[in-house]
Write a protein that binds this ligand. Structure first.
Ligand code: ADP
Length: 494
């Protein structure tokens, strides 16, 4: 036994030698008090370590002084009560100010006072006092409550509509923005899936509440991202983007649903205005441009008789630029067509390999920097619109050349896989950051790196290519490694 257990010399230790040893080893901070709590007899190892106390075991004054700060009125009362009742008394979360090595600190204790009994089962004046330090638990509980309050405040005041549903799918919380969006206040704990008056799909079909994105997310236990129309009770229609997702507790059990609803009505209106504007501009440009091309051709015919090389070269440059302009106008017009309800395809069977080979031949005439390698064996027949598909191939190869200025090769492969015709265009250029890879097929999207801003473009080519491919029953995708290059592929049904 070390120094601390030499308390075995005290009256208590002599009387209760066995109990003393047991108490010393108890993992719970415990002290033994004599004379109805007036004097400290001894403190066990757990106690001394937990409260960083030291004392002279055989000096009763030293013992009492060492623990003086513990005997605050709230603790005294518990001891007194145990003495009076002659039975155990327990109170949890008692707040005390304790002297620690780093100064006075607020601590929370679970206090338990119990008298020792003699052989005749009569309570003696000796009290066993255990003091469990629960400060960490109390503090983390308070911090948790505080953090919950902060998050709730954040949810309540944020501009995005947010609401939650319980395990039965009933709305049990919503913020102010949700009320503004819905134009009504739902009855909490009653209404199912969301608080909107009525919902519709984007084509205007009525959507029963039990089929709404939140209900789907809840029933299929997966996050959903969807667009829909929400009608307010006053008839006002809002275009929304919703992100419902199931909520789980820390053990992984589903406990409900949380949904964030973004009102994109104004954004959509602006987009429509922009599309309309583009369609008008493109349409107005088309007529004078066709005339200019015609006049340029007549001019060329006349100039060629003069056989002035410089003038012929200048004319060729002008023609190239006119073709670029024509391409841009076509893209703008096609973009507008997609918005207005889709492209019109002239379906016919053709060999995708041959189509690509033809495009490559044309592009070779205009490219001095890159070698275009085509890997294609045998015919791969697909059915669709040749002209539109040609646009896709031109776009992918032009991009491969444009975005790999330091490279000198582009590989093009046409193959057949799972009843689909697949064309891949591989470059060895700057590549695309992985986090932007999923966005490049969006309208007007241009990769946000210092490098790509140096290249001319408006971010319509891939959007149109994707629409052309998808509307013909195919798919388009890309793989890329930054500074190593990209592969763009599309598939079309055979
Ligand atoms: P544009 O080239 O007119 O900007 P696109 O729709 O064809 O429009 O392409 C969208 C964006 O995708 C481009 O701005 C570019 O940042 C990126 N991109 C397309 N192709 C490649 C490629 N082969 N390598 C690297 N980045 C590319």
């Amino acid at each position: 036994m070390d120094n601390q257990t030499s308390g075995a010399d005290t009256a208590f230790s002599k009387k209760f030698a066995n109990v003393h040893r047991t108490i010393w080893q108890l993992p719970v901070p415990t002290i033994v008090l004599s004379d109805y709590g007036q004097n400290v007899e001894f403190a066990n190892d757990a106690f001394l370590r937990n409260f960083s106390k030291e004392y002279e075991a055989d000096d009763s004054n030293s013992r009492t002084m060492a623990f003086a700060d513990l005997f605050q009125p709230s603790v005294q009362q518990i001891i007194q009560k145990a003495c009076e009742l002659g039975s155990a008394v327990r109170e949890d979360g008692i707040r005390v100010n304790l002297a620690t090595k780093s100064g006075i600190r607020v601590k929370y204790l679970d206090v338990h006072a119990v008298p020792l009994f003699d052989e005749e089962d009569i309570p003696t004046s000796t009290i066993l006092l255990t003091l469990l330090d629960t400060t960490d638990q109390v503090q983390s509980k308070t911090q948790f409550a505080q953090s919950e309050r902060s998050y709730r405040h954040l949810l309540e005041t944020m501009a995005v509509a947010v609401y939650t549903c319980d395990m039965e799918g009933r709305v049990n919380f919503h913020n102010e923005a949700a009320v503004t969006l819905w134009g009504r206040v739902p009855e909490l704990g009653v209404e199912l899936w969301c608080g909107s008056h009525k919902m519709y799909t984007l084509d205007g079909t009525w959507m029963p509440h039990e089929d709404c994105p939140a209900a789907v997310s809840f029933k299929e236990q997966r996050p959903v991202k969807a667009e829909a129309l929400v009608q307010r009770p006053d008839g006002n229609m809002r275009h929304v983007l919703v992100f419902p997702r199931p909520e789980y507790d820390i053990s992984g059990n589903m406990i409900g649903l949380i949904n964030a609803v973004l009102d994109i009505t104004d954004r959509k209106a602006l987009e429509r205005q922009k599309d309309d504007f583009m369609a008008i501009v493109a349409h107005e440009l088309k007529t004078p441009m066709t005339s200019i091309k015609g006049y340029a051709q007549i001019l060329m015919n006349q100039l060629s008789e003069l056989s002035n090389e410089k003038i012929v070269h200048l004319h060729e440059r002008m023609n190239d630029q006119l073709n670029n302009l024509a391409k841009l106008v076509d893209r703008m017009l096609n973009g507008a067509k997609i918005e207005a309800g889709g492209l019109e395809f002239k379906k016919q069977p053709y060999d995708l390999g041959q189509l690509v080979a033809q495009v490559v031949q044309d592009i070779r005439l205009t490219t001095t920097t890159h070698q275009l390698k085509v890997n294609y064996t045998g015919p791969i027949i697909t059915v669709g619109d040749k002209e539109y598909t040609e646009q896709v191939v031109v776009n992918l190869i032009s991009n491969a050349i444009k975005y790999s200025p330091k490279a000198n090769q582009v590989n093009i492969t046409i193959k057949q896989e799972n009843n689909m015709a697949i064309c891949s265009v591989r470059d060895f250029g700057m590549g695309i950051p992985s986090e932007q890879l999923s966005s490049i097929f969006e309208k007007f999207y241009r990769v946000k790196t210092g490098m790509s801003n140096k290249f001319p473009g408006i971010g319509l080519g891939l959007y149109l290519s994707a629409e052309i491919v998808r509307q013909q029953g195919g798919a388009i995708w890309s793989e890329s490694t930054i500074n190593e290059g990209s592969t763009f592929s599309f598939s079309l049904p055979m």
